[in-house]
Design a protein around this ligand. Structure first.
Ligand code: FES
Length: 352
């Protein structure tokens, strides 16, 4: 049975179990959020999504508020806007004012909300945190907890998506902070370096280390592709600047994996432009490899294959296919091995 409610004077319908935030978004009513992410359990931590609801006291976080029959909701009243500005101002009192050099500039949800509500940089003479940036030695995730807003998206992503439970919240009050394990390094706490925490972080607190300083988000073109490492078929976006892949980011619409990626898929892209990668065929002449043309290389390979088959039989031959080749190329390899060479000795590196 659909649930009928009114949002900003407009009658809308909700499904059983939907929150007011979900109903708003589904009906193209924008509501700002920081701690919320559709993949993660809502916790109502940041209060940015507050709304006014008739017959309810105070302002209510819409991300944890179930839609109920007859509800009358207002999402952008002066009281709501004032509250959101206050929350953002409070966050800024303990946030570094370094957007110009921040890795997440242009891709930061806090920055977007501050811009949307035109919150000025606050006069603040009170305490600020001063954590050492980059303190965690993890080779793939850069930590800067001065930029953390304690939304706990990293905590939930690690626990709910990756199932590693590396991150947690420790200490109390102003000393509240995100820690790995019992305040140890990420790797000591069992991190697999999948980068999910960085992918879900709404600010610059957790970012991808290998791509730091490589490009602003607007300088990169996103190209959706399928991972070449294994047969799962995860998809992600290659972030390309001037013809070079400088970063991999999750694509929430990836049908197999959503935002989730493993360490190889997210960070193992260095091979693409690695100088050791062969771009021209080499043949051995007088004991040393020398560059040659494709024509010469292919005709030499053809002759050698035929010679092996003639002298030792078809089963002296085998092919080992590569996960970095496409399905079509791998199909051709096995077809060639069976039909041309006459053997079933076909294997694939992803089976190891
Ligand atoms: Fe609802 Fe943070 S988005 S409380």
């Amino acid at each position: 049975m659909p649930i009928n409610l009114t949002i900003n004077g407009k009658p809308v319908q909700a499904r059983e179990g939907q929150t007011v935030l979900e109903v708003c978004w589904e009906n193209h009513i924008s509501l700002p959020t920081l701690c919320h992410h559709p993949d993660l359990t809502p916790v109502g931590a940041c209060r940015l999504c507050v709304v006014e609801v008739e017959k309810m006291r105070g302002l209510i976080a819409s991300c944890t508020l179930p839609a109920t029959e007859g509800m009358v909701v207002r999402t952008e009243t002066p009281k709501v806007v004032e509250e959101r500005k206050f929350i953002l101002e409070m966050l800024l009192t303990d946030h570094p004012n370094d957007c110009m050099t921040c890795e997440s500039n242009g891709d930061c949800e806090l920055q977007n909300a501050v811009y949307q509500y035109q919150v000025p940089w606050p006069e603040h003479k009170g305490a600020r945190h001063n954590y050492p940036a980059g303190a965690d030695p993890n080779p793939f995730v850069f930590t800067d907890f001065n930029k953390c807003i304690l939304c706990t998206r990293c905590v939930r992503a690690c626990a709910e998506i990756q199932g590693r439970n590396v991150w947690g919240v420790a200490f109390r009050g102003f000393n509240d902070r995100i820690v790995a394990g019992a305040d140890v390094t990420m790797l000591e706490a069992g991190c697999e370096s999948c980068g999910a925490c960085a992918a879900y972080c709404p600010t610059g607190a957790l970012t991808d280390k290998p791509s730091r300083g490589q490009a602003r988000s607007y300088q990169m073109k996103k190209v959706t592709t399928t991972c070449v490492y294994c047969g799962v078929g995860c998809q992600f976006d290659l972030n390309v600047r001037s013809g070079r892949v400088v970063k991999v980011t999750s694509n929430p619409k990836a049908p197999v994996n959503g935002m989730a990626l493993c360490v190889k898929g997210r960070y193992g892209y260095e091979f693409i432009h690695h100088p050791d990668r062969l771009t021209k065929p080499l043949v051995k002449k007088d004991g040393a490899f020398v560059e040659t043309t494709w024509e010469e290389a292919l005709s030499l390979i053809g002759k050698k294959f035929a010679q092996v088959k003639k002298e030792n039989g078809a089963d002296a031959f085998a092919t080992l296919a590569s996960a970095k080749a496409t399905n079509e190329e791998n199909y051709l390899i096995q077809k060639f091995t069976r039909v041309v060479m006459g053997t079933n000795n076909v294997d694939h590196c992803a089976r190891l």
